[in-house]
Design a protein. Structure first.
Lengths: 387, 560
């Protein structure tokens, strides 16, 4: 009896011991010392801009191990290998990515680990969560020189603790083929959905559990005003609107253009039609879906990046922010995340130029109003639409 | 002898230490943080809990849907367990593997399979519409309690099938024959002999199913729709969407207290229900399918399994080949990193990652589960040991009934200092999986361990076997089968788990479910097609893994 237990015990312990000190656990301490060494480099590289692309001389490479900087994000973050590799090579650093769940879950983890931050830089606080993030005081201000390339209406934090990095518009998408086949006009604006002709055609996401769902609710608050958005939702309810938990379920579960479902109108993004073209099975001349871009019919989600307070790599973190706002990274954004770059000097890829449209006047709701009313609006909405 | 007892005692400490470090410590950390973020108790988040009847109704719904789901699962799966326990037939281990596959599938994928199978534009509905000349689809289960119940049966059928079927296979058939000889009719044999003897296994399985449905999350949100909410769903909303940690923590406490009470009552009942049995090797208890009655029983149960469990899976597989242009197009696309994305997951890599995590989970869960089950099954001579067992059993099961969000956030707060700085460690994934998997191993093992007649062990001792030899030659032989059942569950839990690990920050080691969700995150036919292809791959890897575990033999272990 005895020996078998010793064996099983030691196996378990061995595994635990062998696996516990992972690179992630060990590296931060190891790199603390190195941070000093790398801090010396920036001045050198800035003074010699042409030298940054050149590989470090053998002597340099041997003397400095790459530092590690970690970038925490939501799960939708994506970037080209080549683009990150350029930053890594130019700064002798390894970028460690930490996808941490959906936008809400990732931010909450960052807040919970405030006293001992999980990462150096955070990507992906959006304007619906902006106030929560700022109130928790987890970001360090950084006035990047590249803010000059970003339009003012995207900048929502005057102290620059959170810097706009991209934006996308949440709006109604419709299945062009379905409407052509049924001889009905596609919806023109939010009001269209109240029309009996559109009964039972729309699927939306629950704002209590979904970020596009919340964004669309905010569009109706912004467009109809706080006094009458519930009347609008009441008429949608009477017109048999379907509510599902998240975007995946709405789009791939109910939307006629992408699933076995029977709803030809869905709440998605203005960038979904170009994505449909880009990810089509065969080249398409026209997007199979369209967006409803009437004034006030969309809500603009702006995503921000920031340096997590307590980072031991401030200099590198600032460089990473600059890099993510630079043309190189910004031009990579559209095809990786299907949102628009914040930097106005960035050129859009062809599929965006041809197929992506942006609303002229998205509905507006301030981050402060969102943070103050989010729960009340969601609850009132739940009462009206679901109960 | 004294030294050996000391070592045994130390071994028993391991599961406790494991739980203390990776369950209770994170749990208490997050609860204290939530209730008293600044060190002072903050009641403001809790007013709503008392002020509204909503949460009471949520608790009630959570309980009754779980109870009903469990009842349905047990009723539907018991005849199947009989077939798997008492008959030998071809394709048995394949069927066993296939019926366990639902366990690993992500809910979004299952939801789509159900829509393809029963949705408004499904073949079933189209056929019925043309048959009856209807305008609208006659079968519409979307967002109803029925689809929740159906999905819970779909996911948990295998739990009852395997745990009860495995136990049934070793149950001495002569007891039933004796009852028949003494004049009992078949119904009396069933109710007065067979079911009471099976009670520990049925109880263990039903209990696991109940806890799973009690903490149901994806099925409720996605298939049930926004009108239904369990405590788990509400905890998730309060934590992630509203960041109302005090309320989330209070709901977590309600969930945990309820689970513990239930577990404690169950443990008491179960200890009473189990009697030492004369367990027989399966080749003595199982027979071939010969008579027409045999064919009818086996055939009807296999048909039920095919309709209930396999047709949605087949709909998915078919879809992955026929969608759009069809063929192997989406499978080929899996191997292409079109956008040069840094987060591109080569399918082989995802398989390797998944299998790696699953292997560590199986090893950890079997080790911890074996030690814990041995402790719990020890014939309790003293009052103190019995009390310890009665307390320990529910404690070991508690991770199953605890909200994944709560625990995930607990890890972030608690495991942030060396030597336990595991927040961004890869080890966190199999550790989290083990917390869910090892209660399964314990539950699979206990009925068999408790069924072993003490006289067998005593006889072996008398004949000069050392304690180790007794354990190896008696206990291990007899529970080998149950150990495989436990291993299969640990494996599948790890392969399919997404919820808990999706909530914790982790470096780049995507598993198959993570890759599937990544495809489903963006629009476009290619993404959807690849998600289906990846799901088919997940099913295939799991089926192969389970058949491999079934056929894995060390000496004669598992032959029993």
């Amino acid at each position: 009896m005895k020996r078998s237990f010793i064996i099983s015990t030691s196996i378990v312990l061995l595994i635990m011991v062998a696996c516990a000190p992972t690179p992630a656990a060990v590296l931060p301490t190891a790199t603390e010392g190195l941070a000093l060494a790398t801090q010396a480099q920036p001045t050198a590289t800035r003074a010699l801009p042409t030298a940054t692309q050149a590989p470090p001389s053998p002597a340099e490479a041997a003397s400095t191990e790459p530092a590690v900087i970690s970038l925490m994000s939501h799960d939708s973050f994506n970037v080209s290998e080549e683009v990150i590799a350029e930053f890594e090579a130019a700064n002798n650093v390894n970028v460690e990515l930490l996808p941490s769940g959906d936008a809400g879950a990732a931010l909450n983890q960052a807040i919970l680990s405030k006293n001992n931050p999980l990462a150096d830089v955070f990507f992906g606080v959006d304007n619906t969560f902006l106030s929560r993030a700022l109130k928790a005081d987890i970001f360090e201000p950084y006035t990047s020189p590249l803010l000059a390339t970003i339009p003012d209406d995207l900048e929502l934090d005057a102290e620059h603790r959170l810097l706009p990095v991209d934006y996308g518009d949440v709006c109604l998408n419709y299945d062009k083929a379905w409407f052509a086949e049924h001889g009905i006009e596609p919806p023109a604006n939010l009001e269209s959905l109240k029309d009996p002709a559109y009964k039972g055609l729309t699927v939306v996401e629950n704002p209590a559990t979904s970020s596009p769902g919340l964004a669309f609710l905010l569009a109706t608050v912004g467009h109809f005003g706080e006094d009458s958005y519930l009347d609008y939702w009441q008429s949608l309810r009477e017109n048999d609107v379907l509510v599902v938990d998240g975007w995946e379920e709405a789009y791939y579960g109910q939307f006629t253009a992408a699933s076995d479902g029977d709803r030809p109108i869905v709440v998605s993004y203005a960038s979904s039609p170009p994505a449909e073209v880009y990810f089509a099975e065969r080249p398409l001349e026209e997007a199979p879906t369209g967006s409803v871009l009437a004034d006030g019919a969309c809500f603009r989600q702006i995503e921000f990046i920031g340096i997590l307070r307590g980072t031991k790599q401030s200099v590198l973190a600032e460089k990473l922010i600059d890099f993510m706002l630079s043309k190189r990274f910004q031009e990579d954004i559209p095809l990786q995340m299907f949102v628009f770059p914040a930097n106005q000097t960035a050129d859009l890829p062809e599929v965006f130029v041809k197929f992506a449209e942006t609303p002229k006047k998205p509905a507006l709701v301030s981050p402060e109003a969102i943070e103050a009313n989010r729960e009340a609006w969601i609850e009132a909405w739940t009462e009206t639409v679901l109960r | 002898m004294i030294r050996s007892r000391g070592v045994v005692g130390l071994a028993y400490l391991i599961p406790l230490l494991f739980l203390a470090l990776f369950f209770f410590y994170p749990l208490f950390s997050i609860l204290t943080y939530s209730f008293a973020p600044e060190g002072v108790l903050d009641w403001s988040g809790l007013y709503k809990l008392v002020g509204s009847s909503y949460y009471l109704r949520t608790l009630w719904f959570t309980i009754w849907q779980a109870a009903l789901s469990t009842l349905l699962t047990v009723i539907l799966a018991l005849p199947g367990a009989y077939v798997f326990g008492r008959y030998q037939f071809r394709a048995k281990s394949l069927m066993q593997a296939l019926t366990t596959i639902p366990f690993v599938l992500p809910t979004v994928v299952v939801a789509n399979a159900f829509t393809a199978w029963l949705g408004p534009r499904s073949r079933v509905n189209l056929a019925l519409m043309s048959l009856w000349g209807l305008e609208r689809a006659p079968v519409d289960l979307q967002h109803t309690i029925w689809i929740i119940l159906l999905a819970h049966v779909f996911y948990n059928y295998a739990v009852v099938l395997r745990i009860v079927g495995g136990f049934w296979a070793n149950l001495d058939h002569r007891v039933e024959e004796a009852a028949r000889t003494l004049g009992a009719n078949p119904r009396q044999v069933l109710w007065q002999v067979t079911l009471p003897l099976l009670a520990p296994a049925i109880g263990a399985a039903a209990f696991l199913v109940f806890i799973f449905c009690f903490t149901s999350f994806g099925v409720i949100l996605i298939l049930g729709g926004p009108r239904f909410a369990t405590l788990e769903v509400e905890i998730y909303r309060q934590t992630v969407n509203l960041f109302n940690l005090p309320l989330a923590a209070a709901l977590s406490v309600v969930q945990i207290v309820f689970t513990f009470t239930l577990l404690w009552a169950y443990t008491l009942l179960q200890a009473r229900a189990s009697v030492p049995l004369d367990l027989r090797p399966r080749h003595q208890t199982q027979r071939r399918v010969v008579s027409r009655r045999d064919w009818l029983i086996v055939g009807s149960n296999l048909t039920l399994m095919v309709i209930l469990l396999l047709s949605p899976l087949l709909a998915l597989v078919e879809r992955s080949f026929t969608l759009g242009g069809g063929g192997l197009r989406y499978y080929a696309e899996l191997f292409v990193n079109r956008r040069d994305s840094i987060l591109y997951v080569p399918p082989i890599q995802a398989v390797v990652n998944s299998l790696g995590f699953a292997t560590v989970t199986v090893v950890l869960a079997l080790g911890l589960g074996l030690v814990s089950a041995s402790l719990l099954a020890q014939p309790a001579k003293g009052q103190s040991l019995r009390r310890l067992q009665a307390l320990l059993d529910p404690l070991l099961m508690l991770p199953l009934g605890t909200s994944a969000v709560t625990l995930g956030f607990g890890f972030i707060i608690a495991l942030d200092e060396p030597p336990l700085n595991l927040r961004t460690s890869l080890m966190l994934v199999p550790l989290a999986h083990t917390l869910v998997a090892f209660p399964f191993v314990v539950r699979s093992l206990l009925p068999a361990l408790r069924g072993i007649k003490p006289s067998l062990r005593e006889a072996a001792s008398m004949l000069g076997a050392s304690p180790l030899q007794v354990w190896r030659e008696v206990d291990f032989r007899i529970v080998g089968r149950a150990l495989f059942v436990g291993a299969v569950f640990a494996f599948t839990i790890s392969m399919g788990e997404f919820g808990a690990t999706a909530l914790i920050a982790r470096p780049q080691t995507p598993t198959l479910p993570v890759a599937i969700y990544r495809f489903l995150g963006q629009p476009g036919a290619l993404n959807y097609g690849q998600a289906l292809a990846m799901s088919t791959l997940l099913m295939l890897v799991c089926a192969v893994g389970m058949v491999a575990i079934e056929h894995f033999r060390v000496g004669q272990v598992g032959e029993f």
